[in-house]
Design a protein around this ligand. Structure first.
Ligand code: SAH
Ligand code: SF4
Ligand code: F3S
Length: 451
């Protein structure tokens, strides 16, 4: 038995890819372990989205090199840094054996064989997204109660700050039947909730069994028919691709959870244009109105970038005003990080102290909104899907419909079930509650209506 350690950085799509790499290497005798020290092979599945994310990889490689000096170890770098840097990685850190991009990791077995033949380093950074999904094994380790499934990859939008179109390649949507088969396997191995993943998941246009291109809404309604699947989510969406049928699904598909991550990045029209987001602040606000008109219960989340090149005090004030108007249930915010090869990297930069100050101001507002959202949950009954055991004996942790972690005592026997929980204590990032009188799981169909 050989030991495989995979360290994952970045987004959920990397988490999915890491699981698939483990599935791919299982037939070669590799068993996953959770630390590098004893591993025969280490894969760093990397993220290139911000400078810090990429730098972490090189410091981790430095640590691995020391381990490799003591015992034989195969070191592979996968993911978006591998794609962006390619052969540069081996030049900068010769302890690296394999560099493999996010669309070519299905070639890992060949690459390992190549190294074993003593041919030196192995490098694959092609973009055959279709080949990858066709080549990945059907056999997959169970993901548990909450599972992720990549349905769409790549991006054609070219926001001026973003590396994703360069690291993940062009948009590609997997065919409906492949997704359905994978979803069924996940459900058979215990998944009750599936999050459909894509860099632009709502731009999904996969081939349907009828030979036509299906939208994400069609795919969601189709998967919702899987009986034992109780909940569906999707991430990440672009405001431009929030079509009417997807908004309608939030109104009448009970298995689709009332939570939507819809990044806006900025509230200033000038900055949105410079970012190439292709919509205005008002268009975003109008979209939010339409979503809430369809289903007032939908909680919204977003991503923000502060200090994008040229961002003035007035631009930043416009972002704060958009935030105050929407009221997000949670959000992520980042300082703009210039990325090599992207158009914004060569524009006039905002000084670091200004970025830092704006980030602190924005985060204070967003944290307060998250607290307010959570506070409003106090005293409410909510259907919670229990996912794992908590820290204390008998405790279980689950997810609310709005993606909040919920901790409940004496509930560990309910893992995999959805139960009504009364929310009693509210923290910034999680909730605590107790089981309602009836401990029985509710039928999934009634879940959304019970809210
Ligand atoms: N496809 C998604 C975003 C994927 S990247 C979308 O279109 O919204 C995830 C988040 O990282 C982005 O929403 C953005 O807020 C942030 N991000 C991307 N590039 C960045 C950069 N160069 N500097 C800072 N944050 C960045
Ligand atoms: Fe990046 Fe924009 Fe594509 Fe999102 S839509 S992945 S931010 S280029
Ligand atoms: Fe990072 Fe690549 Fe995801 S850059 S955010 S791992 S698509």
């Amino acid at each position: 038995m050989k030991k495989l350690y995979i360290k994952t950085y970045g987004c959920q799509m990397n988490v999915y890819d890491s699981a698939r790499m483990a599935d791919l290497l299982a037939p070669l005798g590799f068993t996953p372990v959770d630390d590098a020290a004893s591993a025969d092979m280490v894969i760093l599945n990397t993220c290139h989205i911000r400078e810090k994310a990429a730098e972490k990889v090189y410091s981790e490689l430095g640590r691995l090199k020391k381990l490799k000096e003591r015992r034989p170890m195969l070191i592979a770098v996968a993911g978006c840094v591998a794609q962006a840097e390619g052969a540069e990685m081996i030049a900068r850190q010769p302890a690296v054996d394999i560099v493999v991009g996010p669309q070519s990791y299905h070639r890992l077995p060949e690459m390992i064989a190549q190294i074993a033949r003593g041919t030196g380093h192995a490098l694959e950074t092609d973009f055959p997204a279709r080949d990858k999904f066709d080549a990945l094994p059907e056999e997959a380790a169970p993901q548990g109660v909450i599972a992720f499934l990549t349905v769409q990859e790549g991006c054609d939008k070219f926001c001026t700050f973003c590396v994703v179109p360069y690291t993940r390649g062009a948009e590609y949507s997997r065919p409906v039947t492949d997704i359905e088969d994978e979803a069924r396997r996940l459900v058979d191995s215990g998944a009750r909730e599936i999050t459909l993943l894509g860099q632009n998941v709502n731009a999904y246009r996969g081939l349907g069994p009828d030979g036509k291109r299906w939208s994400l809404a069609q795919l969601i309604r189709h998967l919702a028919r899987l009986e034992d699947l109780a909940r569906l989510r999707y991430t990440t969406s672009h405001p431009r691709d929030m079509t009417n049928d997807l908004i309608a699904a939030h109104a009448d598909e009970p298995k689709l959870m009332p939570f939507l991550h819809l990044p806006v990045q900025s509230g200033s029209n000038g900055i949105l244009a410079a970012m190439n987001r292709n919509h205005t602040a008002d268009e975003y606000l109008h979209l939010v109105e339409r979503i809430r008109a369809a289903n007032p219960d939908v909680a919204l989340s977003s991503d923000f970038i502060v200090g994008f090149p040229g961002e003035t005090e007035a631009d930043f004030a416009a972002t704060l005003s958009l935030v105050r108007e929407v009221k997000f249930s949670q959000a992520f915010s980042f300082k703009y990080s210039p990325r090599p090869g992207t158009p914004a990297a060569t524009m006039k930069q905002v000084p670091e102290p200004v970025k830092k100050e704006r980030l602190a101001i924005l985060q204070a507002v967003l944290t307060e909104q998250q607290r307010a959202f959570n506070r409003a949950c106090e005293g409410r009954m909510m259907p919670v899907l229990f996912e794992s055991e908590g820290r204390k004996r008998g405790q279980a942790t689950g997810r609310s419909p709005y993606l909040q972690p919920v901790h409940v005592e004496s509930a560990s026997h309910l893992i995999g079930e959805i139960s009504e929980v009364r929310i009693e204590t509210v923290l910034t990032n999680s909730l605590r509650g107790s089981l309602a009188q009836s401990h029985a799981a509710r039928p999934a169909q009634n879940e959304a209506r019970a809210l």
